[in-house]
Design a protein around this ligand. Structure first.
Ligand code: GCU
Length: 693
């Protein structure tokens, strides 16, 4: 069992999340004009009409250029906004003597401007005079759904889904009623997401047919997203020419194969003119790919890219390629090296419409990993940063874990700067957005290709709160906001989410939710796998502790704990050489246990339990202390929550309380298994004499 099969409460109307009716009070109580054509201007007009009807304001729809008088707010399509970067979705906001004007060159900008005002509420109208231009950091802000059309025998309806069933599919068919998809699209538009891949990257037989026989289903879903400025993409199987087309090969250099994809693309864009393109997981965890034919990943990606190029389509090609059938006795193979080793030599060979989608860490969405060095190693390739909003390895939406701080740290990391010296070289956000200093590669001095943007695995299902844990909504919200502006402060984004989602709640509620969530990522790290070593989860479903669960498996995720020490030697000097994949200065920083940051020590080094960290503690004492602290912090979260839970909607209150109780049970389980394991291995007692079993 991997998905959440309990299917909590799809019978209930979905929770409004960050768009409750009250969020529209400021706009709805004013005199509003919408001017301009286009589908998304129509969507804005409908929103304004509904809001003004509800809150007593007035609404008029005018032609662009019509004279306007007595309006508090004008949302208009003309004239073009003088801005550089993202002209399609940008908007200009002016406020003079309380009258607000949003201007956009395109209707997508109007929609984003509208939701910007929703976020501001009364402040949009009450603030000082202003003239601001807003544009997204990148035009590729994507969510990937790992939803299966059929219920998969082991992965369920949604692979790594923790929020009930799929909002798209139900046991083999696309839902007849797509109203939940419509609400979802509206929520996504409100945080700036503009692309969605609607099926699992592991493309099984039924799902492959979405590209051919069942394209009509995709047409229906795309029509819903289109109203909200969101383009639909499909995950496709590299073997489709064989499995769907009856060919005897999927060799990317075979003319028949290339023609099959050309025809498939033509059909897709004929049916869905704004179709986004293909997402491909090839030669990865058993998925088919070009290796079977002795071809490179550039051969595979470029063949697909040629098929979608006439339509401005994209191929998101995933870099998650490694040997998942490794022999654990083989110490020369290091899974962490794999993405760089496979893809670095291909830099400069990918077509312009290929986006190489790279997970943030070299392993697999762990609570703590170093940044994937591949992100800094492809100056001539469009690289997208891939995050995981679904909490596969961070508590599976049973634990409250706000990931904004993790993402913010990832986005701000600078590969060519030493720790603490900010500002000299491109950040990861710069690399993914092509902004700022990313245009010139500091290593080679050559120009980078356009941005690859952001992609992340969605955490949404047909659960009444969308995300299982109501607080996991904050992660979806933060992902969208950080895609739009990666420099936003994650604590401020959290407060923004609280303010919108629980309007009118007393200040004490906002303060309590902030206290519960703001450091919750760190708390989860405290009570799970220590010092960057990763995993230690139960194999298969990945929930709860199992220190040796993956130690003797083929998956390449080992910690190598023995009676003397723990950790993976990834140094160039004596280990797998992985540390050498980083540019200076990080290659040197990670190479030495003396300079390696504590939180990543065991990712890079095998050290004795008595090794002293920068914190002054030994490794084993650090393990004991953090695991006791982690559980205490969860107890504090519960204490803070219990002060305000009665002030919340009882449905939210009940669900959160139930999940926090499970978090405490699970954190305690983690503490006791991890501490006991290391006490037994090392024989070293806790300095403070606490109970270890
Ligand atoms: C993880 C996850 C899989 C998923 C894979 C991927 O390994 O456990 O379910 O398919 O990542 O990103 O492709």
């Amino acid at each position: 069992m991997t998905g959440d099969s309990s299917r909590p409460s799809s019978a209930h109307a979905p929770h409004p999340a960050w768009l409750p009716d009250d969020a529209f009070a400021a706009i709805g109580s004013r005199r509003v004009v919408v001017a301009g054509d286009g589908a998304l201007a129509g969507t804005v007009a409908e929103e304004v009409a509904a809001a003004t009807a509800r809150f007593g304001g007035s609404f008029s729809r005018l032609e662009v250029g019509d004279g306007v008088s007595d309006a508090d707010l004008v949302l208009t399509l003309s004239p073009p906004v003088p801005t550089s970067g993202g002209p399609d979705e940008s908007f200009r906001l002016t406020r003079e003597a309380g009258a607000v004007v949003v201007q956009a060159a395109c209707d997508a900008g109007l929609l984003h401007g509208f939701f910007h005002l929703v976020r501001l509420g009364d402040d949009a109208f009450d603030g000082p005079d202003t003239d601001e231009t807003h544009a997204p950091a990148t035009d590729l802000r994507m969510l990937d759904h790992w939803d299966n059309v059929d219920v998969h025998p082991t992965m369920g309806q949604v692979e790594r889904g923790y929020s009930g069933g799929s909002i798209f599919y139900d046991d083999g068919v696309v839902h007849a009623d797509l109203s939940r998809v419509e609400r979802y699209a509206r929520l996504l538009a409100a945080v700036g997401i503009n692309r969605v891949a609607i099926n699992n990257v592991n493309v099984h037989a039924r799902e492959a047919r979405l590209l051919t026989d069942d394209l009509g289903d995709v047409v229906r879903v795309a029509a819903v997203f289109r109203r909200w400025g969101i383009r639909v993409h499909l995950s496709v199987s590299f073997a489709s020419p064989m499995t769907l087309g009856g060919l005897d090969t999927s060799d990317p250099l075979d003319q028949g194969v290339a023609h099959w994809w050309v025809r498939a693309a033509a059909r897709a864009w004929d049916a869905i003119p704004d179709f986004g393109g293909f997402v491909v997981k090839a030669d990865s965890e058993g998925q088919p790919g070009p290796f079977a034919y002795g071809r490179t990943h550039a051969d595979g990606a470029n063949m697909l890219a040629a098929a979608v190029e006439p339509y401005d389509g994209l191929v998101h090609w995933r870099a998650f390629v490694y040997d998942h059938k490794q022999d654990w006795r083989d110490r020369s193979t290091d899974r962490a090296r794999a993405a760089y080793d496979h893809f670095r030599p291909l830099d400069g060979t990918f077509s312009d419409n290929v986006v190489l989608q790279v997970k943030y860490g070299p392993m697999d969405f762990q609570v703590r990993e170093p940044l994937n060095p591949l992100l800094a190693a492809m100056p001539h390739t469009r690289v997208a940063l891939e995050l995981q909003v679904t909490q596969e390895y961070t508590g599976q939406q049973r634990h409250a874990v706000y990931l904004g701080p993790q993402w913010s740290q990832i986005l701000g990391f600078r590969f060519w700067d030493s720790a603490g010296r900010a500002g000299g070289s491109p950040s990861v956000a710069d690399l993914a957005t092509g902004r700022g200093k990313a245009v010139e590669d500091p290593g080679t001095g050559t120009w980078r290709k356009p941005a690859g943007g952001f992609a992340a695995v969605s955490n949404v299902g047909d659960d009444e709160f969308w995300t299982g844990h109501p607080f996991a909504q904050a992660n979806l919200y933060a992902y969208g906001r950080l895609c739009w502006d990666p420099t936003l402060d994650p604590g401020a984004v959290l407060d923004e989410w609280v303010g919108l989602t629980f309007p009118g709640a007393p200040d004490v509620v906002g303060q309590a939710l902030h206290a519960v969530l703001d450091r919750s990522w760190e708390t989860y790290e405290l009570y799970t796998a220590p010092l960057g070593v990763g995993f230690m989860v139960r194999p298969g479903h990945h929930y709860g502790p199992d220190v040796d669960g993956y130690e003797y498996t083929p998956w390449g995720t080992y910690h190598f704990a023995d009676r003397d020490g723990i950790g993976v030697d990834r140094t160039v000097g004596t280990g797998t050489g992985y540390a050498g994949q980083y540019p200076a200065p990080w290659s040197a920083t990670y190479e030495s246990p003396t300079s390696c940051p504590d939180e990543l020590l065991l990712f890079f080094h095998h050290v004795p339990y008595t090794h002293v960290l920068h914190s002054g503690k030994t490794v084993v004492q650090h393990i004991y202390d953090t695991h006791f602290d982690g559980v205490e912090r969860v107890e504090q979260m519960i204490a803070v929550w219990s002060e305000v839970s009665a002030l919340m909607d009882p449905r939210v209150s009940e669900r959160v309380s139930e999940r926090l109780a499970e978090q405490l049970r699970s954190a305690t389980e983690w503490r006791d298994q991890v501490n006991t394991y290391f006490f037994r291995k090392s024989g070293i007692p806790d300095e403070r004499g606490r109970t270890i079993y």
